[in-house]
Design a protein around this ligand. Structure first.
Ligand SMILES: N[C@@H](CCC(=O)N[C@@H](CS)C(=O)NCC(=O)O)C(=O)O
Length: 227
């Protein structure tokens, strides 16, 4: 079997995207997971040697090509497996890629808000900046809610990205209670999250004592793990 190496962190939602894709395509057994301590300040030298951005995920293919980021890796895996997670031609392609951008963009904002409490020392925090990131999360959720009934049973890179984004809100931002104002998204996610690929890639349980949501006023202590 031709193995590939995936620079991995179990708590990264972008890594989860890749793992969901790998499971959906039947490629998960070809991935050797390389534990990585991605961090925006304390950089993991081994990871930086593969990906100059120092971010997970990064993939080393069986011919030693290094690929990043999650979008490129997911498309590579789809081609490798002859999959259909990236529709090739019809109008659905642009909808699917747009949905991937929506899920990834929600995650970019949520991860930055998370770093604000998990990484940045409290005296350096700027609450309006965190609020701005969380406002992006809120406006992305509004679009997901409006579209969710049309996702149907779609399983593609768009719905996978959105599924991983909603899963990350559950993991790190449970206090947001995103389901309350987004019942259509919640109903879709309940079905999608039950997929074996989502179950197999679920993040570890967050510690009960740690705050998961950056506060709307400053002052939260740093929680375990940065992602
Ligand atoms: N656009 C990238 C985002 C990857 C990303 O932000 N990964 C985070 C972990 S969730 C990371 O490695 N952060 C370390 C850093 O910011 O230096 C992708 O799609 O792969």
């Amino acid at each position: 079997m031709r193995m590939m190496k995936l620079y991995h962190s179990p708590s990264s939602p972008f890594v989860r995207k890749v793992m969901v894709v790998a499971h959906e395509l039947g490629l998960a057994s070809r991935l050797e997971l390389v534990p990585s301590a991605a961090h925006p300040v304390n950089r993991d030298a081994g990871l930086v040697a593969a990906n100059p951005l120092g971010k997970v995920p990064a993939l080393v293919t069986d011919d030693a090509t290094v690929l990043y980021d999650s979008r490129v890796i997911c498309e590579y895996l789809d081609r490798e497996a002859g999959g259909k997670l990236f529709p090739a031609t019809d109008a659905l392609r642009w909808r699917v890629l747009r949905d991937q951008a929506l899920g990834d963009g929600l995650l970019d904002a949520a991860v930055l808000a998370r770093y604000e409490v998990a990484v940045r020392p409290e005296p350096c925090r700027w609450q309006p900046w965190t609020d701005g990131q969380l406002a992006k999360v809120t406006s992305c959720l509004a679009v997901i809610e409006a579209d969710a009934d049309r996702y149907g049973e779609r399983v593609d890179i768009g719905t996978i990205a959105i599924g991983c984004a909603l899963g990350y809100l559950d993991f790190r931002f449970a206090d947001l209670g995103w389901r309350d104002a987004h019942p259509h998204a919640a109903a879709w996610f309940a079905r999608f999250a039950a997929r074996p690929s989502m179950q197999a890639s679920a993040p570890p349980a967050a510690p009960a004592a740690a705050p998961s949501t950056p506060p709307v006023t400053s002052g939260a202590p740093a929680a375990r793990g940065s992602r």
